[in-house]
Design a protein around this ligand. Structure first.
Ligand code: ZN
Length: 136
């Protein structure tokens, strides 16, 4: 697999506005985008930190993945995303190795990236996301 860097860290929050205020006023970062990803039932806010982003995730539906996560575990780190080259090939290799894939095929995530999740049961407890920025 060709992983170049940590693309982003996804953090589940109860209240996006309040959380943005913490990142901006306390940590001194600035939010450069807010985007709703209907598919994943979330509203996201992005902060750039070097090559990596922090992605805050607020649920738009209690039955969505972030809604369920918040109910079970409360606020906190939800997933970690690696930037890869050739996401389809990477998924095929992982599948061959018996790694449990939440997405066998990449789908569209925030910022137009192709994304796919790996199941934490196969990754020593971390919900991992692979993502690739494709030129259109
Ligand atoms: Zn993500």
């Amino acid at each position: 697999m060709n992983i170049s860097h940590i693309e982003h860290i996804g953090i589940a929050v109860k209240d996006l506005e309040q959380s943005i205020r913490f990142y901006e006023e306390v940590l001194g970062m600035s939010c450069y985008a807010i985007e709703e990803v209907a598919d994943q039932k979330v509203k996201t806010a992005f902060f750039q930190v070097g090559q990596t982003k922090v992605e805050l995730l607020e649920s738009t539906d209690p039955d969505g993945p972030i809604g369920k996560f918040l109910e079970k575990k409360g606020e906190g780190v939800h997933h970690m995303a690696f930037a890869v080259k050739g996401i389809e090939g990477a998924l095929a290799k992982l599948d061959e190795k018996g790694i449990r894939l939440i997405d066998k095929e990449p789908r569209k995530g925030a910022e137009g990236l192709d994304i796919a999740f790996l199941h934490p049961k196969s990754t020593h407890g971390v919900l991992m996301e692979l993502c690739e920025k494709k030129e259109e």
